[in-house]
Design a protein around this ligand. Structure first.
Ligand code: ATP
Length: 215
């Protein structure tokens, strides 16, 4: 069904587990840019030594979380590739799929953005997508390579991203919820109620699969 959301935004992550913060940024960006949001769980994240749930469990949780949101969907291409996940490769695949003209966006939380210079081929990302960064609580500020990127690519309004297929950098304010997967895993381990930050179906799945209790 075509609901008028013609552009495509990609949200990569470990989703171990998917939580309200992920859904919040996905939905805000979807509304802001009239875009569908494709959630892409990473296989073996280059920046994280291990995940607690299996890839199948992470995908299952993501599918449950997006099931009530027609503007969101899941693509497990990185898991199927079965290698380490490099975002640049994934974005190249999406670009090949849609062709050169359609707009593509990649959504990042502020913490991931600040880490960007450690990603393989990070300076090429903008050859394929626009970067949409959702501010998240942090004391850190952009390192010099990112300041240079901001000088050359940052745009002041979301609308300014619409004039090109890729190459813009936009910061979205006030989107982030103060929650992380780490915090959720910690709460479950400590028997604190995490339900305020989880989709009910995802929480039921976590309990059923006894995830994170012994982490
Ligand atoms: P962990 O605590 O295990 O590091 P996480 O909560 O940061 O996980 P990821 O799956 O690693 O979740 O995040 C995927 C993407 O979503 C990243 O770009 C991250 O910055 C962003 N993100 C996650 N949680 C939030 C949040 N609460 N607000 C804004 N962005 C978020």
């Amino acid at each position: 069904m075509n609901d008028g959301r013609l552009d495509l935004a990609i949200l990569g992550g470990t989703f171990d587990p998917v939580h309200a913060g992920h859904l919040q940024i996905a939905r805000v960006v979807s509304d802001l840019l009239s875009a569908k949001v494709c959630c892409v769980p990473s296989n073996i994240p280059p920046h994280k030594s291990s995940t607690m749930a299996t890839p199948e469990q992470r995908v299952a949780m993501l599918r449950l979380a997006v099931s009530e949101h027609p503007e969101l969907y899941v693509d497990d291409l990185e898991l199927k590739r079965g290698d380490r996940s490099f975002t640049l490769e994934t974005l190249q695949i999406f670009r090949r799929r849609v062709g050169p003209s359609p707009r593509l966006y990649f959504i990042l939380g502020m913490d991931a953005y600040l880490n960007l210079p450690s990603w393989l081929g990070w300076q090429q990302l903008l050859d394929y997508v626009h970067l949409v960064v959702c501010r998240r609580e942090t004391d850190q500020v952009s390192a010099p390579p990112l300041l240079a990127l901001e000088t050359s690519h940052q745009v002041e309004t979301a609308g300014m991203l619409k004039s090109k297929a890729h190459g813009g950098l936009f910061f979205v304010d006030n989107t982030a919820l103060p929650v992380s997967s780490t915090e959720i895993r910690k709460r479950i381990k400590n028997k604190d109620d995490p339900s305020a930050f989880l989709d009910p179906g995802v929480y039921a799945y976590i309990l059923q699969e006894q995830l994170y209790a012994a982490s």
